[in-house]
Design a protein around this ligand. Structure first.
Ligand SMILES: [Zn+2]
Length: 485
């Protein structure tokens, strides 16, 4: 039995434990991390190919097959997910812990952009990787290749599963995968997202419902017999008015946004069909569910006023990230241990050029969010690590179906700097960054962080047990219920 004084550097007493290595040969962690550079070419090539062939949610045929081929050729066993063509699991090893690494590869419509610092789409109105998922999936894949090599060399017990997760941008892929039982048997999950800061995060993602409201009325000649018509468009408009009044009476942090996706035809025909599309977001799932029910009443009211009928279609729904202190601490510790992204002069210049298209106040607001205000005003890219307490309090206010995974098993989340300060996801500037050396540098850092975390989880059983015990405690009275059920 080999005793190690684990994490003596770490200030968190809960992690400062003495544990034994679970059999196998010893291979220094720093050596394992260092070897990640051997697979850099594979992940650079993969992420660039995916960036050059952007596919939106639900259409990830090319990306998913590329990922599968690499994993298969590297000795992973591929398992399909029922009813989901572009989702898959690639598994290596046996026994516990069973670690899930989440990979995504979908792009966004309208985000096409060349590797230039002025807006110039590769394909007009085409798809583009404005959220950096080409990097997201590739870092996750790189880390499972690296840790597999280590497990083989060190004869290490445990199971690593890469999850090919499609349809993230429509916030539904992992929700469906959970329903299909794809995550059964996993002990914990690891995740990250490209961003403009290097940070372990504790709170992330607003819970969300995406709902379409289809109103049906009666068409009529708008000039000759308007009294015979019942306008579905009127109902959509009245519902929006009601929703806008509702805003005052929901919690501050809730967000309600909508578009009109069908508004009728020419104005001389009373519109029989009209449709609006709503997102309801809030920090906690229970608030989203409650506000959704109130929004349904607004829709019913609009239908009653206009003598139309309404059909409510829940397109998708997802949870916020359930924090896990053990995994948060472990993630931050690994980010401290591993040196951050290394950008070339060319990357730094490209970042500065991209920032010219961004409002200075946005750049400062972004830096302030991560506690960097005034620290690096001259540097366009984050090269340090966000303070642990700031990382613990920062809230990423987008939504992700990754949140749902954190409700069925313990999960971490971290960010690395793949975009310059001021560049937000879902922008052409983010597409340009994600296809450039900036994104590749942030991706390599993410690959190393994943590898380091997995190394610790495979070697220190207590960490796994502690993360699971914490998860069980947090979900004791608040269990996951699929938004789709
Ligand atoms: Zn994203």
């Amino acid at each position: 039995m080999i005793m190690l004084n684990y994490m003596s550097k770490v200030d968190n007493v809960s992690l400062n434990i003495r544990v034994k290595l679970q059999g196998g040969n010893i291979l220094e962690k720093s050596t394992v991390i260092d070897k990640v550079k051997d697979i850099k070419n594979i992940i650079d090539d993969l992420s660039i190919k995916v960036w050059e062939n952007p596919e939106i949610a639900g259409e990830e045929r090319y990306a998913s097959s590329l990922f599968k081929d690499i994993l298969k050729n590297n000795g992973f066993i591929i398992k399909e997910v029922n009813n989901m063509e572009y989702a898959f699991i690639a598994e290596f090893g046996s026994g516990h812990p069973v670690i899930a690494v989440l990979g995504e590869y979908d792009a966004l419509a309208g985000m096409s952009q060349k590797l230039e610092a002025v807006h110039n789409p590769l394909v007009p109105s085409g798809n583009g990787h404005g959220c950096g998922h080409n990097l997201l999936g590739s870092a996750a894949l790189g880390s499972v290749l690296a840790i597999k090599k280590y497990m083989e060399e060190a004869d290490k017990k445990g199971t690593i599963r890469f999850y090919g997760c499609p349809e993230e941008e429509t916030l539904i892929g992992k929700v469906k995968m959970i329903k299909e039982g794809a995550f059964e048997g996993c002990d914990l999950a690891l995740s990250w997202h490209p961003m403009n800061a290097n940070a372990a995060v504790y709170k992330a993602y607003l819970s969300n419902n995406s709902i379409k409201f289809n109103f049906t009325g009666k068409s009529a000649h708008a000039g000759a017999s308007p009294h015979l018509g019942r306008s579905a468009l009127d109902a959509v408009e009245l519902m929006n008015v009601g929703a806008n009044y509702l805003r005052e009476h929901v919690i501050d942090k809730a967000r309600i946004h909508y578009t009109i996706t069908k508004a009728g035809g020419p104005p001389n025909i009373v519109p029989k069909e009209a449709e609006s599309w709503y997102f309801v977001r809030a920090p906690h799932r229970k608030d989203v569910e409650e506000i959704t029910q109130r929004l349904y009443k607004v829709a019913d009211g609009a239908a009653m006023m206009t003598e139309t009928s309404v059909e409510k279609k829940l397109i998708s729904g997802c949870y916020e990230l359930l924090p896990n202190d053990t995994l948060f601490e472990l993630t931050h510790k690994n980010m401290e241990e591993i040196s951050g992204p290394e950008y070339s002069e060319k990357d730094l210049q490209f970042a500065l050029d991209l920032q010219k298209s961004i409002n200075a106040s946005q750049i400062l607001a972004d830096m302030e969010l991560y506690g960097q205000h005034g620290k690096e005003l001259e540097a366009p890219l984050h090269q340090g690590l966000v303070d642990k307490n700031i990382g613990k309090n920062v809230n990423i206010t987008g939504s992700s179906d990754s949140g749902d995974v954190s409700w069925i098993m313990p999960m971490n989340c971290f960010l690395t700097a793949c975009f310059p300060w001021g560049v937000t996801p879902h922008s052409w500037q983010a597409t340009a960054s994600a296809g450039s050396g900036i994104g590749l540098a942030g991706m390599l850092y993410a690959t190393k962080i994943f590898t380091g975390i997995m190394y610790d989880l495979l070697n220190y059983e207590e960490l796994v047990k502690k993360a699971i015990a914490e998860f069980k405690e947090r979900t004791k009275t608040n269990k996951y219920r699929s938004p789709l059920s």
